[in-house]
Ligand binder design. Structure first.
Ligand SMILES: [Zn+2]
Length: 119
């Protein structure tokens, strides 16, 4: 991801907006003027593709979870979030497995992971 600064459109780069003092659009508030600039974040094509894959995997897991209501669905979704936040490398592999069509195996692994079973 790269970022760049762009003139704030709300205040046209002045940092002030209307009669309310500082511009909220670029980080100001009623007491403090804004910077007049906003940071624009641009994803690379690879990052966009990865985001799309992750979104697809999340949806696939949520979809299959509806077929196994109760504990399995709960543990799978919990496992998904836990893996994403705690083990990014394994999470990336999971995303790839879903992209390769192994959703059922992924779901079973997630149920186990979310439930912290011992195999
Ligand atoms: Zn502004």
């Amino acid at each position: 991801m790269r970022t760049y600064e762009k003139k704030c459109r709300r205040c046209d780069g002045t940092g002030y907006f209307g009669s309310r003092g500082g511009c909220f659009g670029c980080g100001g508030n009623a007491q403090v003027p804004g910077t007049g600039y906003v940071t624009v974040r641009v994803l690379t094509p690879e990052e966009k593709a990865q985001n799309a894959l992750e979104l697809g995997a999340r949806k696939a897991v949520a979809d299959i979870a509806t077929k196994y209501p109760g504990d399995p669905a709960f543990y799978a979704l919990q496992g998904f979030t836990k893996l994403e936040t705690q083990e990014p490398e394994r999470f990336a592999k999971l995303i790839q497995s879903v992209a390769n069509g192994r959703i059922l195996q992924v779901f079973e692994a997630l149920v186990c992971y979310g439930a912290e079973c011992q195999h």
